[in-house]
Design a binder for this molecule. Structure first.
Ligand code: AFP
Length: 321
């Protein structure tokens, strides 16, 4: 609301959309906190469009986010990592925003009580009222996002978001059921103390990536100091830790996945917007993640993201500069 006041032209719709997402986050958080007590752990028996086994909580979160925004008149279309195609809102209810989201990232960690998260990305629609919303609204480069963020279901539940005016963190106070501003204006250190990567893929990486990860591990003749390793396997949790403490996260391409594993629209672009707004950077090895023009909803991208100087070092090695 404070930031909305900086924009006299603002109608309040974006703030209300963020409130809708907060409501979804509270419902998902409640369910995550009770997982294990209720029959909601485990696989649902279905695969998502990327071939991953869908967990029951994945599907619950997917529906919860969509239901929270679909009939509000603020959104015209939604697309989720868990659905094959976009879901267009009823024509008479189509609003001016587009919501892309990963409802529950890190689903292999659900059953073992490790932090998981929801990621969201908001664009302004590009289609007109006449033609109606379509996939075109979803296929926009990351630099056009009007807001992005994540909800982390960790030791506490946190909402971290940006609208392009810095990054702000809110912690859910379960006693009053509200997100309270706990981390205003989050800044990421320029050089990180952690590197986060799944090193079991080492033998499948190209020599450039091996050199980058080797440098983060052992140091590189004064260009990079050796770092400590931390890898949770839940992107939101790994990014959040590195954002707060300084660090670099890598999910590179490898011989089996030439585009890496992570999705551009639901994971890489929104997190890149957050991390850049906190003073960090994100690249696919050659290009700024926010400059990539998507051609498919479920497009994947290699991702190196985090403290600015560490990301710059990785990119300089990978581009041979
Ligand atoms: P799931 O949602 O299928 O668990 O994938 C999580 C994820 O997309 C991301 O959150 C992690 O950083 C990454 O995959 C972990 O992948 P690896 O298991 O290959 O390290």
């Amino acid at each position: 609301m404070e930031q909305e006041r900086l924009h006299p032209e603002a109608t309040g719709e974006l703030s209300n959309l963020l409130y809708d997402l907060c409501l979804a986050a509270k419902i998902i958080s409640r369910q995550v906190r009770r997982a294990g007590l209720t029959d909601i752990l485990g696989g649902s028996g279905t695969l998502n469009v990327s071939g991953d086994l869908q967990q029951k909580l994945d599907m619950f979160a997917n529906e919860t986010v969509r239901n929270a925004v679909q009939h509000t008149g603020r959104v015209c279309i939604t697309a989720s990592e868990e659905d094959e195609g976009p879901v267009v809102c009823p024509r008479e209810e189509q609003g001016k925003y587009v919501l892309l989201y990963d409802p529950l990232d890190g689903s292999t960690n659900i059953d073992v009580n490790v932090s998981i998260g929801t990621i969201f990305s908001i664009h302004r629609r590009v289609t007109g009222q006449q033609e109606g919303a379509s996939e075109l609204d979803c296929l926009q480069p990351g630099y056009r996002q009007v807001a992005a963020g994540y909800i982390l279901y960790g030791s506490s539940t946190m909402l971290v978001y940006t609208t392009g005016q810095g990054v702000h963190g809110f912690t859910l106070d379960p006693t009053i059921g509200e997100f309270l501003l706990s981390h205003p204006d989050i800044r990421s250190p320029d050089v990180g103390k952690y590197y986060s990567v799944n090193e079991s893929h080492w033998n499948k990486w190209a020599p450039g990536i091996q050199r980058v990860v080797g440098a983060f591990k052992n140091g590189d003749g004064g260009r990079v100091e050796a770092k400590n390793a931390r890898y949770i396997g839940s992107l939101v949790a790994d990014i959040h830790r590195n954002l707060m403490s300084g660090g670099v996260f890598l999910y590179p391409a490898d011989a089996i996945s030439p585009q890496g594993k992570l999705r551009l629209l639901y994971e890489a672009a929104p997190l890149a917007f957050v991390v850049e707004q906190a003073g960090g950077a994100a690249t696919d090895g050659r290009r700024n993640i926010l400059d990539i023009k998507p051609t498919a909803l479920h497009q994947r991208t290699p991702l190196i993201i985090g403290s600015k100087q560490d990301v710059a070092f990785a990119q300089s090695v990978l581009t041979g500069q």
